[in-house]
Design a protein around this ligand. Structure first.
Ligand SMILES: *Cc1c(COP(=O)(O)O)cnc(C)c1O
Length: 463
């Protein structure tokens, strides 16, 4: 065995990492000075670091470990698959049993009008596929001029060139001259941050209608698709006002454009439904998926395709010149199948919808009473807390955006809970197998962390 496990002391692993490893979404210079944290084991909702500390994984890795860490069922399924057929491609008129079974399974789980899936290895690749698929669809349907894709500011659709462009992260756009041509962005339904004097319901309608404006400006004959996350994840768990999705749905019904619901986070039980589209009653034409599809055990993603899109993509004939070496990788498909089997046999969807979801939501929302908290929100097992200097006034923000969030995140880690900071809001998205006791501990640790953050801000005169 040559696997590098915990055989080196923490400091020397950190030194080697600093010498050779460029981390994603990281100021590597800063990290190298600080030293990275080393995770050596994980089981259930618990991580263990190289110094033996146990830390609760409040983010399910990166929003993906639905069934919890260390499930032997998935490891065994992958081992068995790799022993029989570790790799073969799905180009050139071939297929293999695990990819066939997974495609069928996904068609069963997806809304009734979605019966096909295209496989890839990540959410970013899924959205690259979407980009090419929607343009190809319209070309096949005799409308090749329909090319523009409308996304939303502060949306996240991955980090490849297409993903970065479709997403609305301005800091990402600034690096490397994105977005690429043919992408347009409209405002996000972020009432807490951008709702001004409007009520949440008024703002939902107001911001939905920005889509009408954009379509009319660009010209409906040039717009191919609208892409959005049911709930924005990386953007800060932005739960739209109740009026938003019904109004967007109404608008899309009147317009001849495709709707892409990016289900990479909201899919596979995160909201207590198989897909976020189900939760909000959306009827998308395409659904990019990844993350929870395999609980992150192996990399796999895909695009679920509606019967409408299949008319252009399949029925009209002709080759779609698109695919990946690892499209439908057998070991990854086996991991996904084993993961979905666990989700079904343990009824994790029902558990999130009717049990642990409401249980955690109630306790999480009660944190809204804390003097540092402007709003605590959660749907399913996906929540956020807005940290504010002046409780009761949404318009007042901290002086250096993000610094309080970062401080709170670091304190949380010290207290034994991984939360993520987005600007000055705190995010959680725990594994769906979270127990009641673990939920209590998650909330107690968050409370303790909020107190510590508040005390530090008081000490330094920031609140
Ligand atoms: C994470 C994410 C992606 C990108 O997925 P990767 O697997 O990191 O490429 C795309 N869309 C959404 C909504 C995501 O949260």
């Amino acid at each position: 065995m040559t696997a590098v496990s915990n055989i080196y002391p923490t400091a020397s692993l950190q030194a080697i990492d600093a010498a050779h490893h460029i981390h994603p979404f990281t100021d590597t210079k800063e990290l190298n000075e600080e030293g990275t944290r080393i995770i050596t084991r994980a089981d259930g909702v618990w991580l263990t670091d190289s110094d033996g500390n146990r830390i609760m994984d409040g983010m399910a890795g990166l929003w993906c470990v639905q069934v919890g860490h260390g499930r032997p069922e998935i490891a065994d399924a992958v081992h068995k698959q790799m022993s029989e057929l570790s790799y073969y491609n799905t180009f050139f008129k071939t297929t293999h049993p695990p990819v066939v079974a997974l495609a069928e399974k996904l068609a069963q789980l997806a809304p009734p009008h979605m019966n096909h899936v295209f496989f890839c290895s990540s959410g970013s690749e899924a959205n690259d596929t979407v980009f090419r698929m929607v343009r190809h669809y319209w070309a096949q349907m005799g409308k090749p001029e329909k090319q523009v894709i409308i996304g939303r500011w502060n949306g996240y659709h991955g980090s490849t060139v297409a993903g970065t462009s479709l997403g609305g992260m301005k800091a990402m756009h600034e690096q490397g001259n994105m977005p690429i041509p043919g992408v347009h962005h409209v405002d996000q339904p972020y009432w807490f941050g951008e709702g001004g004097d409007m009520s949440s319901d008024e703002f939902g309608i107001h911001v939905a209608r920005k889509l009408v404006q954009a379509i009319d400006e660009i010209g409906e004959d040039k717009v191919a698709a609208f892409i959005a996350e049911p709930i924005q994840g990386a953007g800060g768990v932005i739960i739209p006002p109740e009026t938003y999705w019904p109004e967007v749905k109404r608008i899309l019904k009147e317009r001849d454009i495709l709707f892409v619901a990016d289900e990479v986070i909201c899919g596979f039980g995160r909201l207590g439904t198989w897909f976020g589209s189900e939760y909000f009653g959306l009827e998308p034409d395409l659904m990019p998926i990844a993350k929870g599809l395999s609980s992150g055990y192996l990399p796999i993603g895909g695009v679920l395709v509606s019967d409408r899109v299949c008319e252009g993509l399949i029925d009209k004939g002709g080759e779609f010149y698109h695919g990946y070496t690892y499209s439908g990788h057998p070991a990854c498909a086996a991991a996904a199948l084993a993961n979905l089997e666990i989700m079904e046999s343990e009824n994790l969807i029902g558990y999130v919808a009717d049990d642990i979801g409401p249980y955690l939501q109630q306790r999480w929302k009660a944190l809204g009473d804390h003097p540092l908290v402007g709003e605590a929100r959660m749907v399913g097992l996906m929540g956020a807390i807005e940290l504010v200097p002046n409780k009761g006034d949404r318009s007042v923000k901290f002086a250096h955006e993000g610094s309080v969030g970062t401080m709170c995140r670091d304190l949380s880690f010290q207290n034994g809970l991984v939360m993520r900071a987005v600007r000055d809001s705190m995010i959680i998205s725990p594994p769906l197998v979270l127990s009641h006791e673990e939920a209590d501990l998650l909330v107690a640790t968050t409370k303790k962390t909020l107190d510590a953050t508040y005390n530090e801000l008081k000490r330094t005169g920031q609140v």
